[in-house]
Design a protein around this ligand. Structure first.
Ligand SMILES: [Fe+2]
Ligand SMILES: [Fe+2]
Length: 138
């Protein structure tokens, strides 16, 4: 079954870098709010409003991580930043296709968002946090 919510699992999702973890939880909360709105057949305008909140929060969060990468000389910065850019492009493309309250398409968007968020946190962000902690960045 497709997964429309991301349940925060401390043992898997926590990176150990406090501010990144705080922002990830806030992002996951927004994605889950969007999923819940779609499941409850919220107005299309309300769903779009929640989606735009996700986009602007994700942008802020990516900028925050990219500043950390630059300041700390993280060797994987280029790859990680391209992944952020690719995620933003994919999400924007999806949002642009949402021109009506098509609940099937909306559910696919929620599944895509939860998968993207989880994969990125589990791989790229865990690697970044490990590096930051090893460098003594707080
Ligand atoms: Fe990231
Ligand atoms: Fe992140």
């Amino acid at each position: 079954m497709q997964k429309f919510r991301l349940v925060w699992d401390t043992t898997r999702h926590t990176t150990g870098f406090e501010e990144i973890d705080r922002q990830h939880q806030a992002l996951v909360e927004r994605v889950n709010q969007f999923s819940q709105a779609v499941e409850q057949h919220a107005d299309f305008s309300e769903s779009l409003r929640l989606m735009n909140e996700i986009l602007s929060y994700a942008k802020q969060h990516f900028d925050y991580e990219e500043d950390l990468m630059r300041d700390s000389g993280f060797p994987g910065a280029e790859r990680h930043t391209s992944e952020h850019d690719a995620l933003m492009t994919k999400i924007h493309t999806l949002v642009d296709t949402l021109s009506s309250n098509d609940s099937n398409k909306m559910l696919l968007v929620t599944a895509f968002l939860t998968d993207c968020a989880e994969n990125h946190i589990l791989h790229e962000d865990q690697a970044l946090a490990l590096y930051l902690l090893a460098q003594g960045v707080t």
